[in-house]
Write a protein that binds this ligand. Structure first.
Ligand code: NAX
Length: 326
């Protein structure tokens, strides 16, 4: 019997987890021959709801699910894990500014960063809970785990951008590649159509409409989350869960061909981003599991202003949480 891989999910009674957990348990991350054990973390008030989710997981009789353990404290929840999905955080309440959200959620990631020291040495960490880049920065700075294991989710933005370019070009999303969303998972992110390709050709040749690309496309991707909330009456949970799963798969499997994926990772100074910031870059995973930024992508002067703007936003977010960074 293959030894189960331990996977932690925080915010396990929330909306995103309600989609993510069932896909993990069904074997979508490690395949149909690899059992997994889920280690789920919630706040004490949500443990009742979490027990209901655990019942449903049992009721699916997934052959790949070795078992489920639930916790209301982070330490034991992260014991021996090889993958961590840090989804849990407080949602933005009425009248809350982004900086208020950062201050409310920051301390959660101090504790979770420390608790991640209980993880397996091979662990890969994905922060989904918002503001995810800065929460990831906090967790990374409060942990002894190597910095390159900490990542923040830009994948939903990437997938949204691929879907929208495909629709405009009247193709399927599979024909869109080389999509990077630079910077922050915020409405100042820069979805880079200049380097994207459709059927291997530059996207801006296939969609020969600079006004649409620069104005409609960029703004629509930046605001997509709010538009989904307005239409659905609830946030984008299933597409976020899908993106989280794809992100983790990209971290543990070599990147095919010469493509790349978007992930918030710790800068080593690439593209002039100061070392230590968690910034959305074009990333590849090699056959040893090392992740590296794809360097040398060209950018127009127009694109550079978008890039600089979102970089500045992340610097300001870091300033807000500087007391939480050790
Ligand atoms: P929900 O409010 O449905 O679920 C969040 C869960 O986290 C709740 O059950 C809550 O009890 C739990 N929680 C709160 N504090 C916790 C803590 N200290 N430890 C463990 N659990 C804790 O939100 P949901 O729709 O699932 O979204 C979760 C997070 O993902 C939010 O912060 C949201 O903003 C963020 N998102 C990030 C995205 C991204 O692309 N990075 C996209 C989707 C989503 O907006």
């Amino acid at each position: 019997m293959t030894k189960p891989i331990r996977v932690a999910v925080t915010g396990a009674a929330g909306q995103i987890s309600y989609s993510l957990l069932f896909r993990l348990a069904a074997g979508e991350l490690y395949g149909p021959n690899q059992p997994i054990r889920l280690q789920l973390l919630e706040i004490p008030q949500a443990m009742g709801a979490l027990e209901g989710v655990v019942m449903e997981l049992s009721d699916c009789a997934f052959p790949t699910l070795d078992g489920v353990d639930i916790y209301d404290q982070p330490g034991a929840a992260f014991e021996g894990i090889q993958a961590a999905f840090l989804v849990g955080s407080r949602p933005r309440g009425p009248g809350m500014e982004r900086s208020d959200l950062i201050q409310v959620n920051g301390p959660i990631f101090v504790g979770q960063g420390r608790a991640l020291n209980h993880a397996d040495s091979a662990v890969r960490i994905l922060v989904v809970g918002n503001p995810c880049n800065t929460n990831c920065l906090i967790a990374m700075n409060n942990s002894d785990i190597p910095q390159d294991r900490f990542t923040a989710m830009m994948r939903l933005d990437q997938n949204r951008a691929m879907g929208m370019l495909a629709a405009k070009a009247n193709r399927t999303a599979a024909s869109v590649s080389h999509m990077v969303v630079w910077g922050n998972h915020s409405n100042n992110q820069y979805p880079d159509f200049e380097n994207a390709r459709i059927d291997g050709k530059p996207a801006s040749e296939v969609i020969n409409d600079q006004t649409w690309l620069r104005e409609n496309f960029v703004k629509d991707i930046q605001n997509r989350g709010a538009v989904v909330i307005k239409a659905r009456g609830a946030s984008s949970a299933a597409s976020a869960a899908n993106a989280a799963l794809e992100h983790m798969k990209s971290l543990i499997n070599p990147t095919p061909g010469d493509d790349w994926y978007s992930a918030g990772i710790c800068s080593k100074g690439e593209y002039g981003v100061e070392p230590g910031l968690i910034f959305g870059f074009p990333v590849r995973t090699d056959s040893q599991g090392n992740i590296q930024v794809v360097e040398g992508l060209p950018m127009s002067d127009w694109a550079k202003t978008k890039f600089d703007f979102v970089l500045d936003e992340l610097r300001k977010e870091r300033e807000v949480v500087k007391d939480l960074l050790r």
